[in-house]
Design a binder for this molecule. Structure first.
Ligand code: NAD
Length: 482
């Protein structure tokens, strides 16, 4: 386990001491301080932006092959050595071994797609009313500010950092202060080893104050934020008068719809994975199970049995499928939502207990639509079940949420579900899978309170991390009547 970032931030082309001081990183499973990194402050940000602006011009002017080569090398390093990330993801973010391996794989494929993106066509030859060449082409915005959360720290940073760099931008990354290593410093280390020139990537661990300063900085024209809807609203408000290009990937309360013709065994297994993976701390976590009345008893019993079987504990022991909730404040919020929902009429079928930060996978049935477990994003391992009678009623319930990130439909007739997808307000609809999924090539982004601005994924990234410029060119200067 390398710790070359001890008490350091990453800026200007290396790991250096911060003027902001030192940040202690705790393992949520044990409370132990596992590392100390630099804590950035606004003066660090000023220096980073100046260096980024200077380096970006040369980077964008390089042959695309050089940007692609950096990303390809980074992908190879991570494919060959996934432990470079997983050895931090497990203790730092409380990831189970399976989740950590999945996340390292996602980051490796993000780098591979970054390499491909660098060589893709970056514009269109347009038709024109005049005898001229008319082109719509994407040019890098300059410096991209990235703010990321704790839960999937590496991929949620990488899905912005990698395409932004591959397309010729420089990046200032502010990871969550609870996960600065997997969320940033390790990515910087791998990219430096892969030959990323100095000054293009800056990792500034810090809190909301550093994030707010990044959003406000006049030389950072594009902000890519992933986090809560509440913080996203503040960032949107701060960025609007500055007329920045802002991408907000926010919270979710994702429905899993079990149609009457679904295989109940498979549906309950998918539902358990969707609600409990990484302790439910995923934006796409299944937060509402809508089950047809004819299946609800059997589905509830199977989901509760699955919840009872799952092992929870320190994730450094690979026997434990689930680890801790990230901190005490989040655990108190999860438990409060469960207790209030039971008081509002929900029935506790499994879980509802905790030991330290380890919350048992919890199943609630008969959950009223206005109970907090059904109406709010929980961000904990809780599966609230409610019953419906008609498909129209189910679609209305799905769309009644303020969120629109991911919806799943489980059925014996996928084509019927495909037709239903037309009526579902959601950035993603997964037919015959649960709600948690991501691929570097897929367009990812929420609707309604789950997000606004651009999407991530392959060529969609051009729109997100570049400005679209219309260029025309003709042989002679056009003649006008005056
Ligand atoms: P959070 O919003 O509290 O923090 C996320 C990041 O934003 C952190 O780096 C934090 O320091 C920073 N931040 C907070 N307030 C800020 C402000 N005013 N200005 C600038 N930066 C600020 O998020 P959290 O609660 O720790 O993370 C969980 C949330 O993130 C959940 O709501 C989850 O659904 C959401 N999330 C969304 C996606 C997605 O792709 N849509 C992915 C993962 C997580």
């Amino acid at each position: 386990m390398t710790t070359i970032w001890a008490e350091k931030i990453y800026t200007g082309g290396g790991f250096v001491a911060s003027v902001g001081g030192v940040l202690e990183v705790e393992a949520p499973a044990t409370g132990e301080v596992i590392a100390k990194v630099g804590l950035a402050n606004p003066a660090d940000l000023e220096a980073a932006v100046a260096a980024a602006q200077a380096a970006q011009r040369e980077w964008a002017a390089l042959p695309y092959t050089q940007r692609a080569a950096v990303m390809a090398r980074a992908s190879a390093i991570l494919q060959e050595n996934p432990e470079r990330l997983t050895e931090w993801l497990v203790p730092e973010s409380g990831s189970g071994a399976g989740k950590a391996a999945f996340e390292a794989g996602l980051v490796a494929s993000e780098f591979a797609e970054g390499a491909a993106l660098a060589s893709q066509p970056y514009g269109q030859l347009l038709r024109s009313m005049k005898p001229r060449t008319s082109i719509g082409r994407y040019i890098p915005v300059g410096v991209v500010g990235v703010i990321s959360p704790f839960n999937f720290p590496a991929i949620l940073s990488a899905r912005s950092v990698v395409p932004a760099l591959a397309l010729g931008n420089a990046v200032i990354l502010k990871p969550d202060p609870r996960t600065p290593i997997a969320g940033g410093l390790i990515l910087a280390e791998i990219l430096a080893e892969s030959g990323l020139p100095d000054g293009l990537l800056h990792v500034l661990p810090g809190g909301a104050d550093v994030g707010a300063a990044l959003v406000a900085h006049p030389a950072v024209p594009c902000i890519s934020f992933t986090g809560s809807t509440a913080a996203g609203r503040k960032i949107g408000e701060a960025a609007a008068p500055l007329l920045k290009k802002v991408h907000l990937e926010l919270g979710g309360n994702n429905a899993l719809l079990v149609l009457p013709d679904a295989d109940v065994d498979a549906a309950a297994s998918a539902g358990a994975w969707g609600s409990f993976l990484h302790q439910g701390q995923i934006c796409m976590t299944t937060g509402r199970h809508l089950v047809h009345r004819s299946l609800v008893e059997e589905y509830t019993a199977k989901l509760a049995a699955s919840a009872e079987r799952i092992t929870v504990g320190d994730p450094t022991n690979p026997e434990n499928a689930l680890g801790p909730i990230i901190d005490a404040a989040q655990l108190a919020k999860v438990d409060g939502i469960v207790q209030e929902s039971v008081a509002a009429g929900a029935k506790l079928e499994a879980g509802g207990t905790y030991d330290g930060l380890f919350y048992r996978p919890t199943v609630l049935s008969n959950v009223p639509h206005d109970a907090p477990a059904f109406a709010q994003e929980i961000f904990g391992p809780v599966a609230p079940i409610t019953v419906y009678d008609t498909v129209d009623e189910a679609i209305d319930i799905i769309n009644s949420s303020e969120y629109g990130l991911s919806v799943s439909v489980l059925t014996g007739n996928p084509y019927r579900a495909f037709e239903l997808a037309d009526r579902i307000q959601s950035g993603a609809v997964h037919i015959n899978d649960q709600t948690v999924d991501d691929e570097a090539v897929a367009p990812f982004g929420g609707t309604k309170a789950s997000g606004s601005g651009g999407h991530f994924g392959s060529s969609v990234n051009l729109d997100t991390f570049c400005d679209l410029q219309w260029v025309t060119m003709q042989a002679d200067i056009e003649r006008y009547p005056f």
